[in-house]
Design a protein around this ligand. Sequence first.
Ligand SMILES: [Mg+2]
Ligand SMILES: [Zn+2]
Length: 235
Amino acid sequence: MAASSPPKARSHASGSKVLRVRRNIAAVSTLMPPPRSRPAVPSSDAPLPAPSSLRRALFVDRDGTLNPDLHYLQDAERLELCRGVGAALALAHQHGYLVVCVTNQSGVERGFYSREDVERIHARLNLLLRPFHTEVDAFYYCPHAPETACGCRKPGTGLFEEARAEWSIDFATSAVIGDRSLDIEAGRALGLLTAHVAPYAGSLPSRAELRERGLVADIEADRFDVAVLRVLAGG
Ligand SMILES: [Mg+2]
Ligand SMILES: [Zn+2]
């Protein structure tokens, strides 16, 4: 069994649920140089864990990144993985990354689907990853519509900070991969290595959205697995 178990699951204060999978992740060496010049980690009132216990994480968006975006998907059976995702996540784990999915699911508050539907989709996603002997270690989702102006909907950083506190994550050695400008915006705000993917033709929105918002991702890749390889190479 894991020498250090992850903390017990609990509900996010704003209502999002976390699905956890027990996993023993090796602590990241604090001797590793910080990867390149990136914005400083913003201050937080939360006490930081001792440096020796910090882990690096690969934060991944869900829809349009791990799986094709089916827009307000309710039925877990329709979920598919994007090409190369299983092998790439397995590789990230082999390199000592915790895999944390952070996803906006405004369909909950809009009434298109329930929290149980979301959790079924996350369980199904990990089922699809099983042949690759890997899994998403934790899912964090925002159930709110944009009008609610919560702190957990990306590009808000609330869910990333919650994950940091619960899994002892070091943002300076962590990365985020997503298909939207809001993924990159959140990653920039936290000092993560940022990777933008456009996994299929006509991906919405495309890199034009990044440019319109004046954002530049550290890594731009068409495919998720290519993005992961570049993250592992340090950018
Ligand atoms: Mg997305
Ligand atoms: Zn929220």
